[in-house]
Design a protein around this ligand. Structure first.
Ligand SMILES: [Cu+2]
Length: 532
């Protein structure tokens, strides 16, 4: 079966390449099993120069299938989920790491400069496409919703991993259905290493722990409940009452008496975590979305919005056996709806539904760490982690006139500059020039209605890592804006200026709120990187 499939794949690929060549396109991004439904609006914007051609020779060649499955999460009935499942066709099999008994997809591990081919197969009953969150890839490889493929069809990804070492991830990106698809289990980590990182001697192997934080809700039969049918729930975003770590409830990390690198991803649909150690010790933060910071930073607590990552150095070398601690999420005020301050269902006739049983901003334990093993392994936290060039704000072509984006509610719909997502729509003020650096300023102005509609929005840019140059209107601390970012959390009233370098890869990319229910509602727009 496997071989037969592979044969079909190769044949299909060759046919399509041939077809595209005839059609005047240099290479292939999309494979469909039958017709070519997306040619009209996808191939036309492909740029042959930025797409690997037929000579593409991957270091790792895998299939990644989204399909229905079952996992045992609680005693009793297994939970029906959707999962990514991988099969290695070529390359080192240890680069694809399954998380045992988790709905999460496998962890894909790549080194900077390596090439990867991913044959995405869609075996769920609705359209889907995969986005590589944080990775710097050509537009056609980025998983834009216009490239969705229906059940039974495929999409071929081929790209070189250009990113710095860091914790990236992948998840579906079909318009209007990202929230439910991620919620059902479709997500996985994509870890990148590079030489700079490897020279540091950071904790590795069993001391390098990925931790995907998500919240879920279950019915009495252990089945996932997704409560976003109600408009108010769509407005706030889904909030579950079970905190899952790597797909498991009540998670405890058994630790040894040594230093750990904890890689945290907020893979929740809309929950924000205000992370802290239970004992009040500061967090030692060594990395964010786009990899290691220049130097470790220390915070009493740190926000982690949906889509964001934080890497923490945690050293248990002077702890006794049986020592226990927890990473907790502290209570905080979200400044309006969906917050801990606002009563559940207040003014909304109780219509907020059950998803407010653990509101955004509530405090809870995320996971426990228990020291169970004595080891002699001394690691010293490096004083310097990486080389990060200070940003030069005046290099931006619009230094004195940043591009403005207002996050507002319009006709009971979240929008950006009053616009909602249209699959092909790019406004004049959403076109940037290839090779330019720009400052983009986002304003979380709120939704009016006496601040009832004020909500945090984690803003994510596709295809790019950027630098945060200024955050204002701030009523919270605990942001980690250092280093390279692809997602930034804006609390109500806040403004953020970021510096983006559109140095390569022309074409259409997305920017959007990573509260997945907001995104599905249309709080997402295209931006277009134009050549010349
Ligand atoms: Cu939002």
């Amino acid at each position: 079966m496997k071989n037969r499939n592979k044969g079909l794949w190769d044949e299909d690929r060759n046919n399509r390449r041939q077809f595209l060549k005839l059609a005047g396109f240099g290479a292939l991004g999309l494979i469909t099993g039958g017709a070519w439904p997306l040619l009209n609006h996808s191939a036309a914007s492909q740029n042959p120069e930025t797409i690997p051609g037929a000579e593409f020779n991957p270091d790792l060649d895998i299939s990644l299938t989204a399909r229905p499955g079952e996992v045992s999460i609680f005693p009793g009935d297994p939970t029906r989920v959707w999962q990514y499942q991988a099969l290695v066709h070529k390359g080192d099999k240890t680069r694809v790491v399954e998380i045992p008994s988790s709905y999460l997809g496998p962890i894909i591990k790549m080194h900077q400069g390596e090439k990867i081919r991913i044959r995405f197969n869609n075996s769920i009953q609705e359209e889907s496409i995969v986005h590589w969150h944080g990775l710097h890839v050509p537009a056609i490889m980025d998983g834009h919703p216009r490239y969705v493929v229906p059940q039974g069809q495929h999409y071929l990804y081929e790209f070189e991993v250009k990113n710095r070492a860091g914790t990236y991830w992948y998840h579906p990106h079909p318009h209007g259905r990202t929230g439910p698809q991620v919620y059902k289990g479709l997500a996985g980590l994509f870890l990148v290493s590079d030489e700079e990182e490897q020279s540091l001697g950071l904790p590795d192997g069993e001391y390098d722990i990925p931790l995907v934080l998500q919240d879920r809700m279950f019915d009495p039969d252990n089945q996932l409940v997704y409560t976003s049918g109600h408009m108010m729930e769509q407005m706030t975003g889904f909030l579950g009452d079970w905190i899952m770590v790597n797909g498991m409830p009540d998670f405890t990390l058994p630790a040894s008496t040594c230093a750990y690198r904890l890689r945290l991803l907020n893979g929740s649909n809309s929950r924000i975590y205000k992370l802290a150690w239970k004992d009040g010790c500061p967090l030692t933060i060594i990395g964010t979305d786009g990899g290691l910071l220049e130097r470790p930073v220390y915070r009493r607590y740190a926000f982690l919005g949906p889509g964001e990552r934080l890497e923490i150095w945690a050293d248990f070398s002077d702890r006794p056996i049986d020592f226990e601690t927890s990473l907790i999420s502290l209570p905080f005020d979200t400044g309006g709806m969906g917050g801990s301050r606002m009563g559940r269902g207040m003014m909304m006739g109780g219509g907020m539904g059950q998803n407010q049983s653990l509101p955004n901003g509530a405090g809870f334990a995320v996971f426990k760490i228990k020291v169970t093993k004595q080891v002699k392994k001394t690691r010293t936290l490096p004083e310097k982690l990486s080389e990060i060039r200070p940003f030069q704000q005046d290099e931006a072509v619009n230094n004195f006139n940043p591009r403005q984006f207002y996050l507002t509610m319009r006709h009971m719909q979240w929008s950006i500059n009053g616009r909602v997502f249209q699959i092909e729509d790019v406004a004049d003020d959403e076109i940037v020039r290839l090779g330019s650096k720009e400052i983009w300023e986002f304003h979380n102005t709120g939704g009016g209605m006496m601040n009832m509609m004020n909500m945090p929005h984690p803003i994510h840019l596709h295809g790019k890592q950027f630098r945060v140059i200024e955050r204002s209107g701030v009523r919270h601390d605990g942001y980690v804006d250092e280093g390279w970012k692809d997602t930034v959390l804006l609390m109500p009233g806040e403004r953020i200026k970021i510096l983006v370098d559109f140095d390569d890869y022309p074409g259409m990319f997305l920017y959007h709120c990573h509260n997945l229910e907001h995104e599905d509602m249309g709080m997402m727009r295209n931006y277009f990187v134009r050549k010349s």
